[in-house]
Ligand binder design. Structure first.
Ligand SMILES: [Zn+2]
Length: 370
């Protein structure tokens, strides 16, 4: 019979062996897990780099069955973000509107700088005020001041009528420029990130629809504001109506049940409807400003805008040309890219129309004359 102390020693030895075995097991588990992780990572890396075909997409990413290949599907966020520099079937959707965003950013900066210039223009027209203003502006601006003074003199002799600069408020004009930038940037981000996950997909398409609605509503602001400049009640009526319609559209479009491909015609129809609502204030503005050629010129540009948007929306809904040759326009030339280009053309036509209207109001078309 082993003594008590010997039994203690044996137990301690056994425990020691068990402890060692446990440690070995733990090590083995850790190593195995590390290997598995590495394998997973490798798989993920392989996965990140691959573009997949339409059939391989999860249901929520299946939007256009005529675009057969080059899809990004549930890539990690970082890789999805960096895919802005890769070729896939969304590259041109991203860049058309990113380019449009920078175009409108440039136009906004140009307009902000112009306000500065126009500010000095007014000062040249009003002698005494000019003197006090000139005390406060820099030497470099002083030369601009001289330049605009000469230009004004030339305008005076060429047109042989006094040039009055009653500059109308610019805020509705910047509401439009801001709305265009919101729409184009939201669209670009949506096309870049929507394929990351189901949640991202829902969130970003809602963001895109919000951006489009913002652009449409903000486009109405300068149009209504300058056309009904002498009719504040109509101004308020039309601006509040379009804001309300816009709000309802955004709520409808961002509801989860309507974001499926099945509702593409409804979405297109809602945007188109919002645009066509504009016919009412447009016809009204033509009547109110009848006989003013500048106003009519503005409406001519608005017609170009309407044509561009309607053509774009038609192409978006019909999915032409990819439905004629599925797979042939996966990377370049499919309907959504053409739609994006028409959106920019429409926005530029509207920009020109608003420029004409604003210059008309600036150029002395005061309410007393009407
Ligand atoms: Zn788009």
């Amino acid at each position: 019979m082993p003594g008590k102390s010997e039994m203690k020693q044996r137990r301690a030895r056994r425990n020691g062996v068990e402890g060692e075995e446990k440690a070995l097991n733990d090590d083995y588990e850790k190593k195995k897990k590390k290997e598995e992780d590495e394998e997973e990572e490798e798989e993920e890396e392989k996965f990140e780099c691959s573009l997949v075909k339409y059939e391989a997409l999860p249901d929520y990413l299946k939007d256009n069955e005529f675009i057969l290949d080059y899809y990004r599907s549930e890539w990690p966020l970082k890789e999805t973000f960096l895919s802005v520099f890769l070729w896939h079937n969304e590259t041109l959707n991203i860049w058309t509107h990113l380019g449009g965003f920078f175009l409108f950013l440039g136009l906004t900066i140009m307009n902000l700088m112009e306000i500065n210039g126009v500010g000095q223009h007014i000062s040249t027209s009003s002698g005494a005020i000019a003197d006090s203003l000139m005390k406060n502006i820099s030497q470099s601006l002083f030369f601009e001041y001289q330049g605009s003074h000469i230009l004004e003199d030339q305008a005076f002799t060429l047109t042989s009528k006094p040039v009055t600069f009653t500059r109308v408020p610019r805020w509705p004009w910047f509401v439009f420029l801001g709305g265009a930038m919101v729409c184009l940037s939201f669209s670009s981000i949506t096309h870049l990130l929507h394929s990351h996950s189901r949640r991202a997909n829902f969130f970003f398409w809602a963001l895109d629809y919000t951006g489009i609605s913002t652009m449409i509503i903000s486009s109405f602001f300068p149009a209504i504001y300058y056309a009904f400049f002498c009719h504040p009640t109509l101004q308020l009526l039309y601006l509040s109506t379009i804001s309300l319609i816009g709000l309802i559209t955004v709520i409808t479009l961002t509801s989860p049940s309507l974001s499926t491909p099945r509702f593409r015609p409804l979405r297109g129809g809602l945007f188109l409807g919002m645009g066509f609502w504009g016919l009412i204030p447009t016809v009204h503005a033509i009547v109110v400003n009848w006989g003013h050629s500048d106003s009519l010129m503005g409406h001519a540009y608005e017609a170009v805008m309407a044509l561009a948007y309607a053509t774009g929306a038609g192409i978006y809904m019909s999915r032409i040309p990819e439905r004629w040759r599925p797979g042939a326009f996966d990377i370049a030339g499919h309907s959504h890219q053409i739609f994006h280009v028409f959106v920019i053309l429409g926005a530029l036509a509207h920009y020109t129309a608003m420029r004409v209207l604003m210059d008309w109001r600036d150029g002395g078309a005061t309410c007393l004359l009407q």
